[in-house]
Design a protein around this ligand. Structure first.
Ligand code: C2E
Ligand code: MG
Ligand code: MG
Ligand code: MG
Length: 274
């Protein structure tokens, strides 16, 4: 009996693995099609200044509306895109489309917002990244200081020397740089300083508990103090309640982003139709 069960489990595992691999392959092919068919589009989520309550920036977040499966989460397809060089193609298109959108909102509606665009590890390794950013800026006329590139803490810590060089090249274009999902990696104050960033985003996992847990509050308090000590603007991500927002304001956090302030939506929904 036990033996049958054991073999059965082994069998189930193999089927699961095969299915997962087939699903991945199918999704990768679908993603290639999606790039060509225009199924990928940027959503924008407001970033709010905690002193004035005003929207000061928007984060562009990639969305995939699959013709048969509907919305697929970037948490699922970005890692897939990162395994091939699809991420470089997608990333460049994302830069082009979002800078164009923001430049036009600026010109036509006078919106003075910082555009935040996520850059993945693989893109940092791409020699075409810096020229692509430059190209997006010059072709749309978006001022470099209105663009902030977000790189996750883990991507920055993976190969610090290489990352440092790319960041320096990006910085020389005049764009702003942010460390994303801060607290999930293991960077030190000295490393943060050397990278000469502008903004630090506290990972949502720390914000979730701040109103209930003294520990979470203590961690967020010390991250904010540390970031301010090296002149970084601090953004809290994943703010879902009024309590969290009030507390962050008391803790001297600079800006916040989260469902409580606004979900990621299309440009037309956030800014109106042009
Ligand atoms: P991220 O850059 O840390 O983006 C924040 C994520 O948190 C987004 O998930 C956003 O929708 C979600 N979020 C915002 N506020 C709340 C909240 O109050 N509660 C909860 N539960 N979630 C909230 P999303 O859009 O699913 O994106 C996931 C990740 O995928 C992003 O994390 C980013 O790492 C990556 N990503 C998204 N778009 C791009 C892109 O264009 N390029 C690259 N390289 N990565 C991207
Ligand atoms: Mg981000
Ligand atoms: Mg983040
Ligand atoms: Mg995050």
């Amino acid at each position: 009996q036990a033996k049958t069960l054991g073999r059965g489990r082994h069998h189930f595992f193999d089927v699961g693995l095969r299915e997962r691999m087939q699903r991945r392959l199918r999704m990768e092919q679908d993603l290639r099609d999606a790039v060509h068919d225009g199924q990928l589009w940027p959503a924008y989520q407001p970033v709010v200044d905690l002193k004035t309550g005003e929207m000061v920036a928007v984060e562009a977040l990639l969305r995939w509306t699959h013709p048969r499966h509907g919305a697929i989460s970037p948490a699922e397809f970005i890692p897939l895109a990162e395994e091939s060089d699809l991420i470089n193609v997608i990333g460049k298109e994302m830069l082009r489309a979002t800078t164009r959108e923001l430049a036009s909102r600026r010109a036509n509606q006078g919106l003075d917002l910082t555009l935040k665009v996520n850059i993945s590890t693989r893109q940092l390794d791409d020699p075409h990244l810096v020229p692509a950013v430059q190209d997006a800026l010059t072709s749309t006329g978006l001022p470099p200081s209105a663009l902030c590139l977000e790189v996750t803490e883990s991507a920055l810590m993976r190969d610090q020397e290489a990352a440092g060089e790319v960041l320096a090249a990006l910085r020389s274009l005049g764009v702003l740089l942010a460390i994303d999902d801060f607290g999930t990696g293991y960077s030190s104050l000295a490393q943060l300083r050397r990278l000469t960033l502008d903004t630090l985003k506290i990972d949502r996992s720390f914000i979730t508990g701040i109103a209930e847990s003294r520990d979470a509050e203590a961690i967020v308090t010390s991250i904010i103090a540390m970031a301010h000590a090296v002149d970084l603007t601090v953004i809290a991500e994943g703010v879902e309640t009024a309590e969290q927002l009030d507390l962050l304001r008391k803790l001297d956090c600079d800006q916040a982003q989260g469902y409580h302030l606004g979900r990621p939506v299309s440009a037309a929904e956030l800014f109106g139709t042009q």
